[in-house]
Write a protein that binds this ligand. Structure first.
Ligand code: PRP
Length: 208
């Protein structure tokens, strides 16, 4: 699938292994999510548009650049919150628009419970942040919200996805690139990614 980008960076592989480890405690887990978000964000933002903005150095004028587009970061509550800090460190001027979605445990369908988007879009590019893409229901729902909002350029940045979820999101939204640290083996009968890392929200916030 040519809209799926799985990072090949050694640091991503190293940190993801620590993140998956069942012995990793909440504090370390949060640090790793933040660090992985920065590494994946670096790759996901490689095609942001620039405009020329020459700069005066102490010696002479030099070519310079400025981000042309306004970027919105859309963390999906709760688990996406852990990725937000890493992105904001790299992109301190980004707008943050929270979306609250949880997955109904029986139907596995996403349930919307919070939406902080204003009526009209205020950004040109949206990056959806959510560590896990399992059935793909939450990611597709988030993309639909943003498309209805009027944003044309949308990317999903996650950590781990299932093949089933990727197929579902790619079919519904082939125009949305998906950036990942890993594409795992399958979904189990409870809709968990295997081997995955467990519940990313619970492991970040100590609620498991
Ligand atoms: C998890 C995860 C995604 C969603 C993925 O959230 O963070 O948002 O499930 O599943 P899907 O691809 O099948 O929709 P969860 O519902 O556990 O909520 P939480 O982040 O509040 O823990």
């Amino acid at each position: 699938m040519n809209n799926v980008f799985v990072s090949n960076h050694p640091l991503v592989k190293h940190k993801l292994t620590l993140l998956r480890d069942a012995r990793t405690e909440h504090k370390k887990f949060r640090e790793l999510i933040r660090e992985l978000a920065m590494l994946l964000g670096y790759e996901a933002m490689a095609d942001l548009d620039l405009e020329d903005r020459p700069v005066q150095t102490p010696l002479a004028m030099a070519p310079g650049y400025h981000l042309r587009e306004d970027v919105g970061l859309i963390p999906i509550l709760r688990a996406g919150l852990g990725m937000l800090d890493g992105f904001l460190e790299m992109l301190p001027g980004a707008q943050v628009w929270h979306l609250g979605l949880y997955r109904d445990e029986k139907t596995l369908r996403p349930v919307s419970y919070y939406n902080k988007l204003p009526v009209d879009p205020t950004v040109q590019v949206c990056l959806i942040l959510d560590p896990m893409l399992a059935t793909g229901g939450s990611a597709s729902a988030a993309v639909e919200v943003l498309k209805n909002w009027g944003v044309k350029r949308i990317k999903f940045v996650g950590l781990i996805a299932s093949p089933e979820g990727i197929a579902a999101v790619s079919k519904a939204h082939p125009d949305v690139p998906i950036h990942l640290a890993a594409l795992d083996d399958h979904l189990n009968e409870r809709g968990f990614i295997v081997p995955g890392l467990g519940d990313a929200g619970d492991r970040q916030f100590g609620t498991g």
